[in-house]
Design a protein around this ligand. Structure first.
Ligand code: COA
Length: 329
């Protein structure tokens, strides 16, 4: 009896209308286009409107992904949202998205918290649940309104991030297709919490005020940079070994869109030419859990990911967490 395989059968993305360029950023904090671009590759990012919530962006991306997959909301029985900026602490953003999309009541809806690695974590979770035989079609969404957790007086963080959402539909491999999720690999280093975190706003420091840690993202940039290079190398090496795939067989690498210099070092490590890497961070900055699904959708629509081709996804983020996945389209 053949084991059923599952594939990414639809993708979608949404970015807010408002563009904040590096020049605009230089009017907010003491920075410059030259500094930001030369160190990160970022030129601009999107900022959501005050009334536009993470769930709205997630719903917009998911609507496009469902249409792309040729499915209706009634056919979804699993919905996972990866986010570090949920609309509310309770309930989950996935439940809010369920209501906005009109997903049926038998849909399992929950959020995944793995920061910028969140999409890979959610992908692995959905894949395992589908393989259990108890679910058939999953919506996996990465959505972030990071502009709400930025300290807009801290130039070391606020220039790096943006708002966006991306979504995929995972379902049984269509007849006649070789598409499938080939493998996934997840890691965490819980001892490094304070390299990248939001110290306030959780149960440790629920009440904001004088002397209490702020509910803003704080980061030790240098250390995170070194961690990202080191562990993304481990994540790509391990997934290739696990799936018995040579780096050269990968048609398109879709890395977490945090920093072009980090992506360049992964390209050198894999000995792959830069053309094999999909990069859109110059237009969106780091959109955390939305970064990979947003890039996947653009790469597919732009013809950089073709049916039958093999993609390597790799991410890192707070936790610290990191992970990789191989996907045949
Ligand atoms: N504009 C201008 N100057 C800035 C600045 C900004 N936006 N941010 C920091 N600086 C200054 C610093 O104050 C420092 O000045 P000093 O030498 O007078 O003290 C100088 O630039 C160098 O800062 P440093 O942090 O050492 O720069 P860097 O070369 O390490 O680059 C990052 C900083 C953040 C771009 C880089 O460390 C990085 O990309 N790290 C990974 C971050 C990341 O990906 N996080 C997301 C994880 S999911």
């Amino acid at each position: 009896m053949s084991v059923p395989t599952f594939a990414l059968i639809g993708t979608g993305a949404y970015v807010p209308e408002r563009v904040l360029t590096n020049e605009d950023m230089a009017k907010i904090v003491d920075t410059s286009d030259e500094w930001i671009f030369s160190r990160t590759g970022i030129k601009e990012r999107r900022i959501a409107a005050p009334q536009e919530q993470t769930s709205d962006m997630a719903t917009a991306a998911a609507t496009i992904a469902l249409r792309d997959a040729g499915l209706t909301p009634a056919q979804i029985d699993l919905c996972i949202v990866a986010t570090l900026t949920p609309d509310l602490l309770m309930p989950s953003t996935a439940c809010i998205v369920q209501a906005k999309l009109g997903l049926p009541h038998h849909t399992a809806c929950f959020d995944v918290s793995a920061a910028c690695s969140g999409f890979i974590y959610a992908l692995e979770t959905a894949w395992a649940m589908l393989q259990s035989g108890r679910y058939r079609h999953a919506l996996v969404i990465g959505a972030e309104k990071l502009s709400t957790v930025m300290d807009w007086t801290d130039r070391t963080t606020c220039v790096l991030f943006g708002d966006a959402a991306g979504a995929v539909v995972i379902g049984p491999t269509p007849a006649g297709s070789t598409a499938s999720i080939v493998g996934t690999k997840l890691y965490s280093e819980g001892e490094n919490t304070e390299l990248l975190w939001i110290p306030g706003g959780g149960s440790a420091h629920p009440h904001l005020g004088p002397g209490v840690p702020p509910r803003f993202m704080q980061m030790k940039g240098r250390e995170v940079y070194k961690f990202a290079v080191r562990e993304m190398e481990d994540a790509v090496r391990d997934i290739l070994e696990q799936c018995n795939v040579d780096a050269d067989e990968v048609d398109c690498v879709v890395p977490h869109q945090a920093n072009l210099r980090i992506i360049d070092s992964i390209a050198k490590f894999l000995q792959l030419p830069p053309e094999r890497f999909f990069v859109n961070l110059e237009r969106y900055g780091n959109t955390s859990a939305a970064s990979i699904p947003l890039a996947i959708d653009e790469a597919r629509r732009g013809g950089r990911i073709q049916n039958g081709s093999l993609s390597l996804l790799v991410a890192f983020g707070a936790g610290l967490t990191y992970g990789s996945a191989l996907v045949r389209w």
